[in-house]
Design a protein around this ligand. Structure first.
Ligand code: ZN
Length: 269
């Protein structure tokens, strides 16, 4: 299989969030020749949406996604998603990533939560379509079903896409789906139209923190070239967005070193 094209690397700004705000991350991408960026909304708010849009455009960066909308089981979900769609539109983002939300506080009704999510996405889909913002459902590892996302496999996400119709697809984050025995089959099922984003990092052994101990590509057990092959086989030709939450390692390092390492390791995976 061909090695990945360096021009396909995108920086999800979570990777440098401990060191850099969004303005610095934009400059960092420009300095290192990284062509894509995926901002988080708290950093976007801190910089200001218009200023961020201007700086991203001035540096010729593609916005490979905006993180994040979703949390449909929380109280203020509708307004928050409306704002997220506006921001994604202002940035010209390729998609709005949806972390769909877990169980409502005090609830044990997982099926009910999943229905709430389906209803929530259906409710915002017309606005998103009108704004030209594709919605990317990101299935999260089942360990996060209670607190973050009750959509936990690609199959589940695609069933939802089938029910919702156009304007919605998936974000495939290797950290969340690498273990899934149906991964190859479901990536093929998704197809080019619904594969909206590809998030990369690695699964460390041992994992010291289930949320914030993601590894650099190549440092763990995920067969990244194989998964990339499945994505490409399904027609995905978009960016490879590096997204590393790492309180114990990468968030403690110099951010320029982190970016240089991302570029180096991406080349091999
Ligand atoms: Zn992700």
């Amino acid at each position: 299989m061909a090695l990945p094209d360096a021009a396909k690397l995108s920086l999800n700004t979570a990777t440098t969030r401990a060191q850099w705000g969004l303005a610095q991350a934009i400059d960092g991408c420009a300095r290192h020749g990284i062509r894509g960026i995926a901002p988080w909304r708290d950093q976007l708010a801190a910089m200001g949406v218009q200023e961020a849009a201007r700086a991203i455009k001035a540096n010729g960066l593609a916005v490979t996604g905006l993180c994040r909308g979703g949390f449909f089981t929380a109280k203020d979900w509708r307004d928050d998603n409306r704002r997220a769609i506006e921001e994604a539109h202002a940035l010209g983002a390729q998609c709005l990533v949806l972390v769909v939300g877990g169980l409502p506080q005090g609830s044990k009704d997982l099926a009910g939560a999943r229905q709430q999510v389906a209803d929530g996405i259906a409710a915002i889909l017309p606005e998103a379509s009108k704004a030209g913002v594709p919605l990317a459902i990101e299935p999260l590892h089942p360990m996060q079903a209670a607190e973050r996302a009750c959509i936990n496999t690609l199959e589940q996400a695609l069933d939802l896409c089938d029910a919702l119709g156009e304007g919605v697809g998936v974000a495939v984050d290797v950290y969340h789906v690498w273990w899934d025995p149906k991964l190859a089959q479901q990536i093929a099922r998704a197809g080019r139209e619904r594969l909206l984003a590809y998030h990369i990092c690695d699964w460390l052994v041992p994992t010291r923190d289930l949320l914030n101990d993601r590894g650099m590509m190549g440092d763990g057990v995920i067969d990244l070239p194989r998964i990339r092959g499945w994505m490409e086989g399904a027609g995905y030709a978009g960016f490879h967005e590096v997204e590393i939450f790492s309180t114990l390692d990468w968030w403690r390092r110099d951010a320029d070193e982190v970016l240089a390492t991302c570029l180096e390791c991406h080349r091999r995976t």
